[in-house]
Design a protein. Structure first.
Length: 577
């Protein structure tokens, strides 16, 4: 079974902005925090807000206190004024594209123009637009209703920003033929246009399309209608529990798209559930391979093997003797710390990687034993390397164990924001990269005392930089879930755009280190072969920037395999010498 995920699936700019405003509001504005009407049309997101104390206010009370967030769809101007008069602090999360349409209507209404809105009369966005049109506003949702309107001396035509582009083109042609003096504005959001165009193309590529999103979301329903109109079976679901597994298992190519109010974590859940159908259909060696792949990734064994490969390659780069104890220490330490991180980070995994969260919940005891055993065995391997590596790894292990522990009790400093290491902004990405650099390249050079000091330093820098890029890239993919649970990762601090630029600069630095060190003899000729790894990760980032999505565990497998590839290239180089 092949799964194709639409590049445009998930939050649009306006929804993402509104969600981020609501998530940040409790820390910035007076409580209680509420939204006027549902912030967006997605019940799972609304449930998540409710868990965090952000409730829904459906009508304006005589008096109130706290903060009210205006939904992404916007509200009529009198509603916003009424909330202020009632005593609320009002935070406007109206989508900028909707606000632009409101501005067009307001400007023309003041000049006496009639406004014709093409949309669903009861949709919140249309209600907000009508508030700016006043008594001179008309809502139509069909060509018959449009033709039934009397001619107006001066009028403008606008569309609900999530309107069907094909239908709006019919409206434009009718107006051009029958109401030449009307002014028609292109107000359908370009995100909506791209989403609808892509789903038309997707429907021609696959046997069935799963549309993920709220049943009350107008733009999500339109996506399902577009697919159905193309003749391709459409399945509109809110969660993975609604999937028709029996029907979907009969299709070989399945497309997945999602409405503008559908969060990434819900798309992931549906994506992983459909991906599991491959296991049910697989036979023989293929099903064994898929299950082994899944187990290696979930238990972090695969990523730990990647650490061992980096340690092996770092030794060959520095012309150091290959140390089995050093490679073992790297593998065991990384496996131990990553398992413990997943065991203590299940709150964010609930959104970022629900399959992993369920796996760690079901096998908590076994995985805890694995983590402690691997940690102990790693320390034993480091002890065989010498006293200095042992004490270094012990200090790193204790630091890793303390990562989620409250080091400063609340009664000592009640107002202190940072009580744990994990509370420090960006600490996860930086500390993981430094830990890998030390254990994969620092400890072996410390134990063996071989190689030029600058070679040792550059080898550790190479490992640290490439692991930093790997970890930060995953943080970018998990930004929605991390923001929900309050983790201040680098992408949350810097934004996705700046974070991607930082990764490119870091990868460029990695290429420079390998190239210059290889050319000057500080590294062996293996350095030129290892350029493949960062170059491939750079290519993946470029593909991501263009909107391509990878279903199931394919992306994680690809990234982690780059480290395995490093080990394979190093071994091939060793054999060739």
């Amino acid at each position: 079974m092949k799964i194709i995920v639409a590049n445009t699936a998930g939050f649009c700019m306006g929804v993402r902005r509104a969600v981020e405003i609501a998530l940040d509001a409790p820390a910035k504005h007076q409580k209680p925090i509420c939204t006027f009407g549902p912030l967006i049309h997605n019940p799972q997101v609304l449930d998540m807000f409710a868990e965090r104390g952000v409730t829904v206010l459906n009508r304006i009370p005589a008096s109130g206190c706290g903060t009210v967030i205006v939904r992404a769809h916007g509200v009529p101007p009198e509603t916003k004024q009424g909330l202020k008069q009632a005593g609320f602090t009002v935070i406007d999360a109206t989508c900028p594209r909707v606000a632009k349409v409101q501005s067009i209507i307001k400007r023309h209404a003041l000049k006496g123009y009639t406004t014709i809105i093409i949309g669903d009369e009861n949709h919140p966005e249309v209600v907000s637009l009508m508030g700016f049109a006043g008594t001179q506003g008309h809502v139509v949702s069909s060509m018959e209703a449009l033709a039934a309107l009397p001619p107006f001396s001066q009028a403008i035509v606008v569309a609900q920003t999530t309107q069907d582009q094909t239908f709006y083109q019919l409206v434009r042609r009718w107006v051009a033929a029958h109401r030449q003096d009307y002014t028609v504005f292109d107000t359908i959001c370009d995100s909506t246009e791209k989403r609808q165009e892509e789903v038309r193309h997707l429907a021609r590529q696959v046997n069935a399309v799963v549309v993920v999103g709220g049943k009350q979301s107008g733009n999500t329903r339109r996506l399902a209608q577009i697919v159905a109109a193309s003749g391709t079976p459409a399945f509109h679901v809110e969660t993975e529990a609604e999937l028709d597994v029996e029907a979907l298992s009969n299709f070989r190519r399945i497309g997945i798209t999602a409405g503008a109010s559908t969060p990434n974590w819900m798309i992931k859940r549906v994506m992983r559930a459909i991906d599991q159908l491959s296991l049910k259909r697989a036979r023989g060696l293929r099903i064994l391979a898929l299950r082994v792949q899944r187990l290696l990734l979930l238990t972090n064994v695969y990523v730990a093997l990647g650490a061992g490969c980096l340690s092996y390659a770092a030794g060959l780069l520095r012309r150091s003797p290959v140390s089995g104890a050093a490679i073992g220490a790297a593998v065991l330490y990384v496996m131990s710390m990553h398992i413990l991180n997943n065991l203590t980070g299940r709150e964010e995994d609930r959104y970022n990687d629900p399959e992993r969260e369920r796996f760690y919940q079901r096998h908590k005891t076994i995985l805890t034993a694995m983590a402690l055993s691997a940690g102990g065995a790693g320390l034993l391997a480091a002890f065989r390397m010498g006293g200095s590596p042992f004490w270094t790894l012990l200090a790193m292990s204790l630091l890793g164990l303390c990562y989620n522990v409250r080091l400063i009790p609340g009664h000592w400093a009640p107002a202190l924001k940072y009580r744990r290491i994990r509370d420090l902004p960006g600490s996860k990405t930086v500390l993981i990269a430094l830990a890998w650099g030390v254990v994969a390249a620092g400890l072996p050079s410390q134990a063996l005392g071989a190689g030029h000091p600058l070679s040792n330093l550059l080898a550790m820098a190479w490992v640290t930089m490439i692991v930093f890029c790997r970890t930060a890239f995953f943080d970018i993919l998990d930004i929605q879930g991390d923001r929900i649970v309050g983790k201040e990762t680098l992408p949350i601090l810097l934004g996705i755009g700046r974070s991607l630029r930082l990764l490119k600069y870091t990868l460029a630095g990695t290429l420079v280190v390998l190239g210059v060190a290889g050319a000057t003899g500080l590294f062996t000729g293996l350095a030129f072969l290892l350029i493949i790894g960062p170059a491939a990760l750079w290519a993946l980032i470029l593909i991501y920037e263009h909107g391509t999505r990878f279903p199931g565990m394919q992306l994680e497998l690809f990234v982690e395999s780059l480290f395995i590839l490093t080990g394979v290239l190093a071994f091939a180089y060793h054999l060739a010498q």
